[in-house]
Design a protein. Structure first.
Lengths: 114, 113
């Protein structure tokens, strides 16, 4: 049972436009969410996070939105750049478990076209 | 610069061999994790450890074991490698408390022939 889902395996966007990557989750106990970015042959690197007490968090060109009622989060990249081309994973954890173990989605491959 | 170091970037092993993947972190993290990444399947947790000599099974532990004799080192062992264990293996670490997520190593691309 996939608790964290990224239903779009790939996305192509023109340079300068907005990229929107989506993530859905099923476990209502999840209260902290992360986005990671992964280039080929490298480990994932942390991008941005959001706590369930917020509905938005911004860091430069990256904004994450959380809709708890819909159990949905999205990552917006504006403007998109060719260097953003990578696989993006969302991850969720339930703090009540005490272990902060993260469940990862299957990833979305973003390709930004120059 | 803090880091998680995986001993090999690329490995090629034969079916039936015993394979050791090593991971070392220098951040004094309590938690360490082993994931594998496969296309369309994302990151799947194999094993994790919250402390020295402690281990817990993740979602796909079959065919694997782990060892954590020292806080900074977490080893993944393929007891008898099979072709379906060809994958990218990622080690990660984190503090027990706090929500800053994991620091990942660069990964080991293992091919079993």
């Amino acid at each position: 049972d996939q608790q964290v889902k990224q239903n779009s395996p790939s996305l192509s966007v023109q340079e300068g436009r907005i990229s929107i990557l989506n993530c859905d989750y099923t476990n209502s106990m999840f209260d902290y969410f992360l986005w990671y970015k992964k280039y080929p042959a490298e480990g994932p690197t942390f991008l941005i996070s959001i706590s369930s007490i917020k509905d938005k968090n911004e860091d430069g060109r990256f904004t994450v939105f959380l809709n708890k009622s819909a159990k949905h989060l999205s990552l917006h990249i504006v403007p998109s750049q060719p260097g953003d081309s990578a696989v993006y994973f969302c991850a969720a954890s339930a703090g009540a478990s005490g272990t902060y173990k993260y469940i990862f989605g299957t990833g979305t491959r973003l390709k930004v076209l120059a | 610069d803090v880091k998680v170091t995986q001993s090999s970037r690329y490995l090629v092993k034969r079916t039936g061999e015993k394979v050791f993947l090593e991971c070392v972190q220098d951040m004094d993290h309590e938690n360490m994790f082993w994931y594998r990444q496969d296309p369309g399947l994302g990151l799947r947790l194999i094993y994790f450890s919250y402390d020295v000599k402690m281990k817990e099974k993740g979602d796909i532990p079959e065919g694997y074991s782990v060892s954590r004799e020292k806080k900074e080192r977490f080893s993944l062992i393929l007891e008898s490698a099979s072709t379906n264990q060809t994958s990218m293996y990622l080690c990660a670490s984190s503090f027990v408390r706090g929500r800053i997520g994991y620091t990942f190593g660069s990964g080991t691309r293992l091919t079993v022939v």
